[in-house]
Ligand binder design. Sequence first.
Ligand code: SF4
Ligand code: ZN
Length: 470
Amino acid sequence: MSRKVDLGVSPAFEGKRIRREEMYLEFGGPKVDKKFEIVRAADLSQVKDGFVEVIGQDIPQLKEGGSYSLGIIILVAGSKVDKDLEGVVERRIHTYTNYIEDVMHMNQRDAIWIRIGKKAFFKGFDFNFWGETLIKLFKSELSFIEKMQVTFITDEAVIAQKLPEVLEVYRERDEKIKNLREEDVDLFYGCVLCQSFAPSHVCVITPERSSLCGALTWFDARAAANIDPKGPNFPIPKGELLNPEKGEWSGVNEVVASRSLGAIQRVYLHSALEYPHTSCGCFECIVFYIPEVDGFGIVHRGFKDPTVNGLTFSAMAPQASGGVQTPGFIGIGVNYMRSRKFLQGDGGWSRVAWMTSVLKESVKEAIPSDLVDKIATEREAKNVDELKKFLIDKKHPLAEKLAKKVEVPPIAHTAERKVEKAEVEAKPVIKAHSSDIASIPLPILTSGAKITLHGAKVRIGKLAIKKKGG
Ligand code: SF4
Ligand code: ZN
């Protein structure tokens, strides 16, 4: 039975964080293995318009403070609705759920994390209200949706049974893009859906760089831009190819500069070290520079232990978030690792020294076969010393430099950098024009963030400081 609900629904509530002490309960997130949200296109005759179904316990029956499994299945139908739009519509679950007062939705696909605040619960929030709100918002904002129904599943056995099928749908969507290259298309696509969290963040989605949230491929973004030209997805004419290795296009620079209101002037699509693509916070993985080996580590969101540099995913997340360029840190989608252009501007796979074992297993087919056994995971290297030894033993391409004792650069020594989570604003940035590890730029951190550098040498050629907002 539905409860009386007295909650606001407005874009004004988007971007509000709910801290643990403010939350009533949460669905998904790092403590929960089985979770997903999916949108499927269906025939008009298959969808019961306005129908909200709950399989398992509803929110009032769940214990306060808990972390629960959740599956959300949304069926949409309409004469213009087809499979190509599924990913796009699915990404709006994030946006519209965040319109609900005191409810926070993060991530996507099988990585969702939703917190229901105490205020929302005591004002009557339940699945019925959530589902009805989504249906109203989807149908009013996306006019091509004629019918929609929502199913929430909290019964763990049903979630476990549906999950393989859901993962297969995600896989098929990602597979479709595999043979298309950046050179084959005239347009890339942008997404600014996450600007409510990261105002200067602009996702650039190309056939060889799917979105960092993992939710949108180039096909998805194209379908969204075509069907909803005033929405958050838009075409980016590529312009001139300024740097084929790093992936710098004049059209991308122009559009990103304009959509970020001048905050970001230049983007290398395939580099983590120079003019990196910004991240909002929804990334599936973080690529982080490991100065001691002059290579990269890659950690996925579900990995809770400290990585090889001593920091966890969540400790590094602020470095990559907030729509700022922090050379040495980028947020990426898992699928970008399957791209032929993966970090090509920095040396590609031959620069990857460490990754989580789960991630390595899931993208194994994309790693050049001669490198697979040379990349360490948490099983072989738990710290940088073990990593160096492993790379030398395995004759990793980075090992040669290691034998010559590469100077440790001062800036990206992440283990010595302490940053308060979610309080990072990294602007302005001292620009570097070389991937030379000794010239990695230092973001100036504000909002109470603290940097501790031990035994570091910092050389500054040019330092530009701009007044905030001016
Ligand atoms: Fe769009 Fe990027 Fe946000 Fe994904 S992470 S919703 S592509 S802005
Ligand atoms: Zn985002």
